[in-house]
Unconditional design. Structure first.
Length: 369
């Protein structure tokens, strides 16, 4: 038997095949052999608490249909929050308080602050912009509260921003409402560095919050206050969303399509965030499109992506573009995971949660002035 046939037979015996849908068009997230079994178990357990009557998401959704989907997702996050609340650690060494600042439209923006009690040295500040496709969820969700307090335990001042979004706020809140609130919060933190006793400011976010973290840095760079931000840490960032079919070069859109999200899901989110498609080509809405001159001068970035995530390769490509523009940028891929499980199910994969928290804290100290 020729050597290549021997190799092929051996690989087949091991069950090795192309990943995801490329190797098996019928595979689902839960039976994908790449997924950590602990995550699969946590997903099954969580699904038992999901709200009923999930909207039918399809390619021809109207704006009103997309808003209904948004409200469903907002309620889904609330139901998942209840499970996190039941297992919330005590965090006895953390001081927590809230304050409000005024946005550009004189509306109120709540900041949720966690920090170690009785600090004896300057600490980095981590501004957290929560996930939710830029259109739902709240900084007060128990999963986001636990994430911020866990970071604060690693000797950091952590600030959650309650930015405007469709699911949370009254009235419609398309782009750039949420981004403007995030930018206002970062500028306030920068103006109050001395009072907050901080050594650096890094902006972090996951999923839609990753979009907002990167867009806030781009906005600061374009408007002349980019020096306020010392680093950006984005986890599974939504960097485009594809009003049209995604380019074939982004292989994760073929490999992971339908495992957790598809074209229709992402289009529904974009329909709410940009109803008239007026900002389709705006890099502050879709950072993947940022030209090199907008990337020049950005602070260091870490882009953390996930193997089974539909939008994985958007983050990989963006990190490449940052490096090409002379920005210090690192791209990571977490194998065995789908979409930021550290925040939604922190106890399912504790070693991954610890690793991500430590990575963020180390990056914040690395960026200290």
């Amino acid at each position: 038997m020729p050597n290549d046939e021997v190799a092929k037979t051996s690989l087949e015996a091991l069950g090795i095949q192309l990943p995801g849908k490329l190797g098996n068009s019928e595979v689902t997230l839960l039976d994908d052999p790449r997924l950590d079994p602990r995550i699969a178990t946590a997903l099954i357990e969580a699904s038992m608490t999901f709200p009923a009557q999930q909207p039918n998401v399809h390619g021809n959704m109207t704006y009103e249909d997309a808003v209904d989907f948004t409200m469903y997702m907002h309620s889904l996050m609330a139901s998942m929050s209840e499970g996190i609340e039941r297992t919330m650690p005590d965090f006895k060494g953390i001081e927590s308080y809230e304050l409000s600042i005024r946005g550009d439209g004189s509306h109120k923006i709540d900041l949720l602050i966690d920090r170690p009690k009785d600090p004896h040295f300057l600490m980095p500040c981590i501004v957290h912009l929560h996930g939710g496709g830029m259109i739902f969820d709240t900084a007060r969700n128990a999963s986001n509260v636990r994430w911020r307090k866990s970071l604060a335990e690693l000797n950091a001042v952590v600030i959650g921003v309650e930015f405007r979004n469709e699911g949370l706020s009254e009235g419609h809140q398309p782009f750039p409402a949420g981004l403007d609130d995030c930018a206002a919060a970062v500028r306030w933190v920068h103006e109050n560095r001395e009072e907050l006793q901080i050594s650096s400011i890094i902006v972090i976010g996951e999923s839609g919050g990753g979009n907002l973290a990167i867009s806030t840095a781009l906005k600061g760079n374009a408007e002349g206050w980019g020096g306020a931000i010392d680093g950006v840490y984005a986890m599974a960032p939504m960097l485009y969303g594809f009003y049209d079919a995604p380019p074939e070069a982004l292989l994760s859109w073929q490999e992971n399509l339908g495992l957790m999200g598809d074209h229709a899901t992402v289009r529904a989110m974009r329909l709410v965030y940009d109803p008239e498609q007026a900002f389709k080509d705006n890099p502050l809405c879709n950072p993947l499109l940022a030209p090199s001159d907008m990337l020049n001068g950005l602070p260091p970035h870490i882009i953390r992506n996930y193997e089974l995530d539909l939008i994985r390769d958007e983050g990989v490509v963006f990190a490449q573009r940052l490096r090409s523009a002379g920005v210090e940028a690192t791209s990571q891929i977490v194998n065995g995971a789908h979409h930021v499980p550290e925040i939604a199910m922190p106890d399912a994969i504790p070693e991954l949660t610890r690793d991500t928290l430590s990575s963020i804290a180390a990056f914040a100290y690395h960026c200290a002035r």
